[in-house]
Design a protein around this ligand. Structure first.
Ligand code: NAG
Ligand code: ZN
Length: 263
């Protein structure tokens, strides 16, 4: 996929300046790039990291871009603006007159990009040795199957599982028959069930990060960002009933904690 694109749009960074904290990951490289401004060099390093060569590049996926000027882009901007208002319950609601499929599509792409980035910050800690199986605490273990190419679930390490998962999600998002980006092209009849499967699987990455890698998240000062991203995700799936309650069980306590204040 288009590796010449910056995986992070500039607008996204301006909206979420806290993400600049990610540069903590590459301090030595950062300092070698005197003369370039911070944002530019950060993006260059990100690009290097995502375009092959480094060990982490397998798990980093290029950002899925929503083209500027499109209606979906307007929706994304709307979502970001209402998020800024601080009322997450309101922010996740379907904006008046909008199509539910399109709203779910735009937000699903955004969650994929956020999770990709959050997991990207801790890939160095999620290895074959640290995580020989994909788990979310001692009670939950996941085996990978996508239902089409891999029918019989494979038991594999967390980094492999998450690579399968993110690659699979990316393939769905890039499929124009599932996620049409052109005006007037309708969403398929099964769109909502595809979106539900995507969100169900993306949830597992949050669950793995919270259960197995919360310490580095704190050290990288990404904790507030992770909480906000996850809370937004949960409010969104609750609003439209997109993930079964039992799928959310690995983080049930956290979900109750994060959402109780807003009830
Ligand atoms: C993130 O959420 C956890 C669980 O609710 C909480 O213990 C922690 O204080 C939160 N951190 C921040 C920075 O909001
Ligand atoms: Zn791990």
């Amino acid at each position: 996929m288009c590796s010449q694109n910056f995986p992070l749009g500039l607008s996204y960074l301006l909206v979420k300046p806290s993400l600049l904290a990610l540069e903590i990951d590459w301090p030595s490289k950062m300092s070698k790039r005197a003369g370039e401004n911070k944002l530019e060099s950060w993006m260059l390093i990100w690009k290097e990291k995502t375009s092959g060569g480094s060990r982490s590049s397998k798990t980093f996926k290029p950002k899925k871009n929503i083209p500027e000027g499109s209606h979906q882009y307007e929706l994304l901007k709307h979502a970001e603006a209402t998020l800024g208002s601080g009322n997450l319950r309101m922010a996740v609601m379907l904006p008046e007159g909008e199509d539910l499929n399109e709203w779910v599509a735009v937000n699903t792409v955004d969650f994929f990009n956020q999770i990709n980035m959050l997991y990207g910050t801790i890939t160095d800690f999620c290895t074959e040795e640290s995580c020989p199986v994909m788990s979310a605490g001692p009670k939950y273990e996941y085996h990978w199957a996508d239902g089409t190419n891999i029918k019989k679930p494979i038991k594999c390490s967390a980094p492999k599982y998450i690579d399968y998962l993110m690659t699979w999600v990316q393939d769905q998002l890039d499929d124009e028959t599932l996620f049409p980006s052109k005006i007037g092209v309708p969403f398929p009849k099964n769109f909502m069930s595809v979106a539900k499967t995507i969100l169900k699987r993306l949830f597992r990455v949050y669950a793995h990060i919270y259960h197995q890698h919360f310490d580095p998240v704190i050290q990288l000062q990404e904790e507030a960002h992770l909480n906000t991203s996850f809370k937004h995700f949960i409010f969104f799936v609750q609003e439209f009933n997109l993930i079964d309650r039992r799928e959310l069980a690995p983080l049930q306590e956290l979900i109750e904690k994060l959402t109780s204040k807003d009830r």
